[in-house]
Design a protein around this ligand. Sequence first.
Ligand SMILES: *[C@@H]1O[C@H](CO)[C@@H](O)[C@H](O)[C@H]1NC(C)=O
Length: 464
Amino acid sequence: MCFSLQSSQITLLLLLPHFTTLRLSQCLFSPNHGTKTTLCPFVCEPSRALLDEKFKVLVKNAAPGAELTLRSFHQAEKNHHWEAFGHYVCDSSGTLNLCEDLSLGGTYEGVEPMGLLWSLRPVPGSKAGLRVRKTNVEIPMEVTISVYQGHLSESFSEHTAVAAVLVERWYMAPGVRRIPVTEYNLTATLFLPPGPGPFPAVLDLWGGGGNLVEYRASLLASHGFAALALDYLTNKLTVSEGRMMKNDYFEDAYKFLEQHPQIAGSRIAMLGLSFGTSMTLKMAVYSEVMKLRCAVCYSGSHIQPVKGSIEEIMNYFSENQEKTRINENQEIIWHDLLLPIPEDPALKVDMGRVQCPLLLVVGEDDQNWPAYVSAMDIKAMMEKAGNSHLLTLLTYPNAGHLIEPPYTPHTRTSLFRTAQTRHLCMVLWGGQPLGHSRAQEDSWKKTLAFFREHLYGRKNTADV
Ligand SMILES: *[C@@H]1O[C@H](CO)[C@@H](O)[C@H](O)[C@H]1NC(C)=O
């Protein structure tokens, strides 16, 4: 026989009624160190939510003081298995609340309501260098959260969970539209928020691995911004004609957005991570076409031949290959490639010419790019030039290079194929799980607020 929550209790748990279906999982069994069978209703709420939303995990009516393990399991694309778990002790009423109660051990410790997501890691025996990257954003990331008796750390498949719930983490909120774009020969995907618009827009660039990466743009659209994910390194023309795009490729993407009937053409921003930051800073300062309202740059640098095309910038990096370091685990560290910071003004974007608000996000343990050192130089350049009032700088201790949307599992090192050489290598990104997770959560919140302020003109308001 199974317990079910009273409706009054359920009401307390509801967070986002428009986007929520409540799923209760029921206890299969729950032996209580003896003869009595206790019941343990288990709820994760909301069980269907956006990727960047918090959930609440509750266990009720377990045995008082029961030791339980909460475990999450994710089968990623390509069939790789990820897991996280925490060890808990129920209170005297047999209740466990992950928003309040401590994990005493596992893949995370302490009060970490979202630890079951951000500390996900490949199951033991997995091949090295995996990273969770969503390719199909039209279906959610699925995570199964299970409750086990006792404090387990391994061999979960040999134990039977006493309760389990399937959690869906969505990239596209209901009503968000995904539109493949080929105009101007672009390889891109436009995400539009629900409604008629016109919406302000974000041109979204990822880094040196290329490909059309949609999971951030789709989330931005879920928060009210049109967003164009752009493949500028492995796009159709580059591949078919064997040449890299010129900088006007970004201007074409901008023009596409500017002319789109559902986009507010005077309210366009750029967002870049890693090599995408190089491109964003370059276009923000030197493009005659792009009049950006604001720019957000993650984990990147202003160091580059400022007159260079994408290819020339990539070649400049390659010329510095001898500064690559390899650690004792044979992981590649590219941090020093652009160091020391050049004195030659032809080798760094003239940050004194930035005219729009700029948000810089850097991890202090970025092993892949000199993002922190570059941010300090950018700050000094802007102070000297008198435009530092446009700069917001966020730096995070123990955060690495891959600062992604909140609760994305931390990946300290992974297999990476550069768009230019197509070599597959084990790259060290840096960061520690907890510090990195904090950075992802905080920087995303501030990125959305920054876009709301500069694209919608709303300060300190909740989600649009
Ligand atoms: C697209 O690329 C092809 C091949 O390079 C070129 O002939 C054509 O003019 C391009 N179209 C646009 C709209 O730029």
